[in-house]
Design a protein around this ligand. Sequence first.
Ligand SMILES: [Zn+2]
Length: 59
Amino acid sequence: MMSTCKHASELMSQGQDRTLGPVERLQLRLHLLICKRCRRVEQQFGLLRAAIRRCRDDS
Ligand SMILES: [Zn+2]
């Protein structure tokens, strides 16, 4: 379980920089379905991304 959470957070982190492949996205989705903790992490990544986008739009 631990290694799966680690993998999931790695995928979320990489997803900020590049587009994840279909298998990676599926693995991440499946993990987020069962793991509340990683869902919260993903939400924070989403907020971060939205904030970054807002900054770029302003400049
Ligand atoms: Zn997890």
